[in-house]
Design a binder for this molecule. Structure first.
Ligand code: PMP
Length: 337
């Protein structure tokens, strides 16, 4: 008689479509810009040449070398994967330990993958300034301590010294830097000093390739040698690999988009100030219970719950989308006093 594992039976049913019919989508922390037509046409003519009957390279050393070069690291420090989501799952297969430590409110995929692995989740909530609590108390025997910086959904970064303190416990630390390109800077260089660190990055946010599903891990050469064994050999497809390579050759364009988003973020923050928290990501945490009000006006944002009940997370959009958002929120504030 077959039976589904109890871990699987209790997993949530994903409903990730969000609000696809909303006119303005500020709910999924996506980049508001698809590639401009000229660049997209050029990329697609490159993709046209790719033989689809052939498997992609298992470990595309040339692309990993380009990424490494940008970070001042070596190709042996980099592993591409099918979105950073895939890497969250893989890092939980890498180390020994019987529980994971998470710091809510934070990204929901950490407890999800922990549940898939049948691991206990220890929650050490962020403090009132959204800084890390006493993680050290639970570091012993942890399979992974997750630190998200900038944190989704609060937008703040954790100080480098604090990350180092956690690394010093010797526990495996997974530092999720999905939004780091919008922040003051990365801590990926710490892999030079700590074998217990795996940093996760993605092409879904600053690079605007969420639809192509590519992320990468950064770790010391020793740690990466082990992590590399765990990833299925062809998990990143040929088209996605070529697109990533193309974007890495167009970093000026990527930097321009990042500057635009950061400027718009600061403009939104200035306008929403008593209600918005400062952010180093491409979204803002806003203390306004405005989800339904905005949705009725065609604007989708993310409604938060639990400790952040009454808050919304608003992704920075294009200027005209942000203008529409500000106008709607002005009306919301007039109505609610
Ligand atoms: N980490 C964080 C903190 C995220 O918010 C997201 C995307 N929402 C991811 C990882 C997943 O990114 P990817 O598209 O690379 O799987």
């Amino acid at each position: 008689m077959w039976r589904v594992r109890s871990e699987v039976a209790t997993l949530p049913d994903w409903e990730l479509s969000g609000e696809p019919n909303a006119k303005i989508r500020l709910d999924r922390n996506e980049n508001p810009f698809d590639l401009p037509h000229g660049l997209k046409r050029e990329l697609f003519s490159e993709l046209f040449k790719i033989p689809l009957n052939r498997y992609p390279p298992a470990f595309p050393a040339d692309i990993e070398a380009k990424i490494a070069g940008n970070l001042g690291l070596s190709p042996e420090n980099i592993l591409l994967a099918n979105g950073s989501d895939e890497l969250i799952g893989l890092t939980l297969k890498l180390f020994e330990g019987d529980h994971v430590v998470v710091s809510p409110p934070t990204f929901g995929m950490y407890p999800f993958f922990a549940a898939v692995e049948g691991l206990k989740v220890v929650s050490v909530p962020l403090d009132e300034n959204f800084e890390l609590g006493d993680i050290e108390a639970h570091a012993d025997g942890a399979r992974a301590v997750f630190i998200c910086s900038p944190n989704n959904p609060t937008g703040n970064v954790q100080p480098r010294e604090r990350i180092i303190e956690v690394l010093e416990t010797g526990a495996p630390v997974v530092l999720d830097e999905a939004y780091v390109e919008f922040s003051r800077g990365s801590n990926a260089d710490l892999v030079n000093d700590y074998d217990n660190l795996v940093v996760l990055r993605t092409f879904s946010k600053a690079f605007g390739l969420a639809g192509l599903r590519v992320g990468y891990a950064v770790a010391s050469e020793d740690t990466m040698r082990q992590l590399r064994k765990l990833r299925p050999p062809f998990s990143v497809n040929s088209l996605s690999l070529r697109a990533v390579d193309y974007m890495l050759d167009h970093l000026d364009y990527v930097r321009k988009i990042i500057r635009y988003i950061v400027m718009e973020r600061e403009r939104l923050y200035g306008s929403l100030r008593p209600h918005a928290y400062p952010s180093e990501a491409n979204f803002l945490l806003v203390k306004l219970d405005a989800y339904e009000f905005l949705l009725e006006r065609g604007i989708a944002v993310k409604k938060l719950s639990g400790r952040l009940k009454g808050h919304v997370r608003i992704t920075v959009g294009r200027k005209e989308e942000n203008d529409a958002l500000l106008e709607a929120l002005e009306e919301f504030l007039e109505r609610t006093g």
